[in-house]
Design a binder for this molecule. Structure first.
Ligand code: PMP
Length: 364
């Protein structure tokens, strides 16, 4: 790691690969000898067409996306998807199923409720969002239009270890904002997967949507153009000006990921990194209390508490002074959250564990 870089545990926008940033830096004043940066050229230029096509291909290869799915780059964040999905796929008088395992899933329900009837078929809210359901526990409503879930709840650090399967009953829609590309997934089980880019894919301002063709055919004809998936699919994500810089960075991140061995290799590294941290929690004699139940522990966002919130604040402050930044838990749950996305190096996790051991000895 270069001298000025610190260990950045931010939940998102989050750490990006240093080599990738260096490449972007080297191309900033003149991309491919053009004498202009990517931010200064037309999105209709051949140069940008090549970049967006390469980014699409990168995602397709890394996630093994079948040909009958479109790869779209939208704006409005993952939050806009909370609205766009029901606007496109919840016709009036119909209902949808939602599985709620954390704060983001709950927000998705709230937006869907503006469009129609939402059946919350599972919620772990009463027990503090610490677990995910077993596949067998879920009872889908046959008449629902789709089932929505959040594969990794970023705030609570709770992750599904399986691709949710509704069989032939319902299309599955997944918010994979905080664990996309962290491991291989079986895209063919999903009707739609979306993710804000700012954790594992690139900068904020782009939302990746992977959508199956037959779903696009169901989009109603009267939606505002900018909220209509068909419009984005028909115009290769560019009915209007896209986030050209963000898409360029996504392309570079995909190339970096491919170089590193892709999603399967990331899974190995991510599981090894997460194990170091969870082992440290488990070995701390209760000084550090993990939030998630073991079976639902996230490999991306490791959440835990200290004996008091004052100590947690002190922990985050001292850690930051030691080059370990962004550890304060989300304001809604407190405690500590260590986000260790693909680009986060193992040495940073080891440094954090050293710091944790030292801190608990001094304060335990
Ligand atoms: N879903 C999840 C799982 C998230 O972690 C976040 C935020 N980081 C969102 C949705 C909302 O994303 P955005 O800020 O891009 O709207």
């Amino acid at each position: 790691m270069s001298l000025e870089r610190i260990y950045n545990f931010s939940a998102g926008p989050a750490i990006l690969p240093t080599e990738m940033l260096e490449q972007a830096q080297s191309e900033l004043l003149s991309l491919n000898g053009m004498g202009m940066s990517v931010m200064e050229i037309s999105h209709r230029s051949n140069q940008f067409e090549t970049i967006i096509e390469s980014a699409r291909r990168g995602i397709r290869e890394l996630l093994n996306v079948p040909e009958n799915y479109e790869i779209l780059f939208l704006q409005g964040g993952a939050s806009l998807q909370f609205s766009m999905i029901p606007m496109n796929f919840l016709p009036s008088g119909k209902s949808v199923d939602y599985v709620v395992t954390g704060a983001w899933g709950k927000k998705a329900v709230k937006e869907a409720e503006r469009c129609g009837r939402v059946n919350t078929i599972f919620s772990s809210e009463e027990t503090g969002f610490k677990c995910v359901p077993l596949q067998d526990e879920l009872r889908f409503n046959e008449k629902a239009e789709y089932v929505h879930y959040t594969s990794n709840e970023t705030i609570e650090g709770v992750e599904f270890k399986y691709d949710l399967d509704a069989g032939s009953l319902l299309p599955v829609v997944c918010d994979a904002s905080s664990n996309i590309l962290s491991k291989p997934i079986d895209v063919s089980r999903y009707a739609l997967i979306y993710a804000g880019a700012q954790k594992n894919i690139g900068p904020s301002g782009v939302t990746l949507v992977i959508i199956r063709d037959d779903l696009i055919e169901k989009v109603p004809g009267n939606l505002p153009a900018m909220l209509d998936y068909r419009n984005f699919a028909a115009n290769a994500s560019m009915p209007n000006t896209p986030n050209t810089w963000g898409i360029y960075i996504i392309d570079l991140v995909c190339k970096w990921l491919k170089n590193k061995g892709g999603a399967a290799e990331m899974q190995k590294l991510n599981e090894a990194k997460a194990k170091i941290l969870y082992d440290a929690l488990d070995a701390s004699d209760g000084f550090y209390q993990g939030h998630a139940e073991r079976a639902a522990r996230s490999t991306m966002n490791v959440t835990f508490r200290l004996p008091s919130e004052d100590l947690a604040a002190e922990f985050a402050k001292e850690a930051a002074a030691n080059g370990l930044d962004g550890l304060k838990g989300h304001r809604s749950v407190g405690g500590i959250r260590a986000s260790i996305y693909n680009a986060f190096p193992k040495e940073g996790v080891e440094k954090l564990v050293e710091f944790m051991n030292d801190f608990s000895h001094r304060n335990g």
